[in-house]
Design a binder for this molecule. Structure first.
Ligand code: AMP
Length: 594
């Protein structure tokens, strides 16, 4: 293993690294730094977050930039504002003993005038998000004609986010002679195309195996059903009282919903996604960094700029659409020498998607049973005892109350006292989980019944039939067009002459009614109405409700007997309707979103 001195860095940089506590270079730094310093050749690096890639490209650039020349000599493109800010901050730290070196970070959603003012003063290194960078080029305030280094950081993510045109424009604004440094965790064909079109004979380096996950991360999967997914998530939190995790979701809506549920159930959680304003996002990230929030529910993109080293878990509430993103997600834990666990909550149907991921990470997922109520109670109990044992006692402050307390507790033995204190904190968990079902059983039963399990489906009537040229494919299209939920499960379909029936995942019934009412869909000129049919399977409950254009009999207040006052669409809350956290102050901080 080499040292930073051996990599050819000058004194002021090495001094800054000592201040930051960087002792030895990481693998990617060891490979990239001398390569970039000693050669003009373009470079393609397979590196994920957490590998030290920021320093790998920043340090050799800082080493070579000429601070006596005011022109922009390096441009670093990053997919998100958060990541750009992070890189800018790192570069400022790395170059703090090089006084004339100026760095600017430019990104959308912030005052452009200020950024322009800064650029006009002369900045040698610019870090930017693609959109704002192009904007500044067009306004002729950012001149890239003297650029010697172009860095494309998280190139795969930039392309995922649709920045292809912006990348092209920035690349066009830079001179041929520059050295292009492309960093990406994955190399799908779009990234390869950029490498092919804009780089000449790049040298390839990797931090370990291409796309392979960190050795410090173990990968587990829990078999759930749509109905038990959320309950399983809560159990993961309950069985890990010190959890500090990112819960990844696929869509903004899913993210907000999971976070809302967790908050409502008393967990220390919040949401991070693109529908939030920049101010809200900054505030959530700050709270998470400071550990005022234990669980951050986030989309892949929003979590990108978050630099947190000590996550205990990454939880895949749902697997990412693009399997490569699993690597990005799980790479958020097991960083800086820590161990981490990446958990995937998967249904039997989704389980097949683990295999291609296993091939990428070159590790096997371990099937782990969803924690039982007993296991959780045990964990929480010992966590409590540990807390009691380690709590620092402020003798002075409590001294004045001690005599009165002693008097009140007189007559209780040590054993009784322990039992009572423990019960005070612990009873809520105990009673909550006492009769909790085994979620593993539920998932196996459900899975063995298959997707058309009648208990889990709601049968709908729709006022369209063969005479309206409805067929199953068109009906599925019509249902999917309403935006009821992601990959909503559609069961049996019966198309009759003038009307039809279809089944939907029961968890989506409210949402289906609502969406059909809101969207007022039209099918071949006919207004579409749906209603829940009387079921002959469910013990004769009268569940006949309509939500057509007129609003039918449903006004949002009448609910079927089994719906909880607060029940929302997606998350199965029938079996674990409340939370042990809800009425409990001892575990985790209870908080409400303002
Ligand atoms: P990155 O992959 O650039 O996001 O870096 C991941 C984390 O590792 C950041 O918190 C860096 O500050 C830290 N880091 C990077 N390189 C080193 C190093 N050589 N020694 C110690 N920490 C490092």
């Amino acid at each position: 293993m080499s040292t930073f001195s051996e990599l050819g860095l000058k004194e002021p940089i090495k001094k800054a690294l000592v201040d930051l506590g960087y002792e030895t270079p990481t693998v990617i730094q060891e490979k990239a730094i001398p390569q970039i310093i000693n050669s003009d050749q373009d470079l393609k690096a397979f590196a994920q977050t957490g590998t030290g890639k920021t320093a790998a490209f920043s340090l050799p650039i800082i080493e070579q930039v000429d601070p006596s020349i005011k022109s922009t000599q390096a441009i670093i493109l990053s997919p998100t504002r958060e990541l750009a800010v992070q890189i800018g901050k790192n570069i400022e730290e790395f170059s703090k003993y090089i006084p004339d070196l100026k760095v600017a970070t430019v990104y959308g959603g912030a005052n452009i005038e200020q950024q322009i003012k800064q650029l006009k003063k002369g900045v040698q290194i610019v870090i930017g998000t693609p959109g704002r960078t192009v904007d500044l080029i067009k306004r002729r305030v950012l001149n890239l004609s003297q650029v010697q280094w172009l860095v494309l950081d998280e190139a795969d993510e930039m392309l995922n986010m649709g920045f292809k045109d912006e990348l092209d424009k920035v690349l066009e604004a830079t001179p041929e002679s520059k050295q292009t440094l492309l960093f990406s965790a994955t190399f799908p064909k779009e990234v390869e195309a950029i490498a092919k079109n804009y780089m000449s004979d790049p040298v390839e380096i990797t931090s370990g195996q291409k796309n392979q996950g960190s050795d410090n991360v173990s990968h587990e999967y829990y078999l759930v059903t749509e109905r038990t997914r959320y309950a399983a998530l809560k159990r993961v939190a309950d069985v890990n009282p010190n959890i500090y995790a990112i819960v990844f979701c696929r869509t903004r809506r899913e993210t907000q919903e999971v976070a809302d549920f967790l908050i409502r159930d008393g967990y220390s959680a919040d949401a991070l996604h693109g529908d939030l304003s920049q101010g809200q996002r900054d505030s959530v990230m700050e709270k998470f960094r400071k550990k005022n929030i234990q669980m951050l529910v986030a989309t892949d993109v929003a979590a990108r700029g978050l630099d947190v080293d000590n996550l205990t878990h990454v939880i895949n509430h749902k697997l990412p659409d693009q399997i490569e993103n699993y690597n990005h997600r799980s790479g958020r834990t097991g960083r800086a020498g820590n161990k981490g666990i990446s958990i995937a909550l998967v249904t039997k149907k989704e389980r097949g998607r683990l295999h291609p991921i296993e091939r990428i990470i070159k590790k096997k997922f371990v099937h782990t049973p969803v924690p039982s109520g007993k296991e959780i109670c045990e964990k929480q109990l010992f966590h409590l005892i540990d807390k009691v044992k380690n709590i620092s006692v402020n003798e002075e402050e409590i001294a004045e109350f001690t005599p009165a307390i002693n008097e009140m507790l007189a007559g209780l033995s040590r054993e009784e006292l322990i039992q009572k204190f423990v019960s005070l904190e612990f009873n809520t968990f105990l009673s909550y989980y006492q009769n909790a079902p085994d979620l593993n059983d539920l998932s196996s039963k459900e899975n063995s019944r298959g997707r058309s399990s009648s208990e889990d489906m709601t049968r709908f009537f729709i006022n369209l039939g063969r005479k309206d040229r409805l067929n199953p494919a068109k009906l599925i299209g019509l249902i999917n067009d309403q935006g009821i939920g992601d990959k909503i499960e559609i069961g049996a379909i019966d198309i009759l002459d003038t009307f039809s029936f279809f089944e939907l995942d029961k968890n989506f019934e409210e949402q289906a009614l609502l969406k059909f009412q809101e969207n007022e869909p039209d099918f071949n000129g006919r207004n579409v109405n749906i209603e829940i049919t009387k079921t002959d399977r469910g013990g004769g409950r009268d569940r006949n409700r309509r939500r057509g254009k007129s609003g039918g009999g449903f006004n949002g207040k009448r609910r079927s007997r089994d719906a909880k006052p607060n029940s929302k669409r997606e998350f199965g809350r029938r079996r674990e309707d409340t939370s042990p956290k809800k009425a409990h102050s001892g575990f985790g901080r209870r908080r409400r979103k303002s």
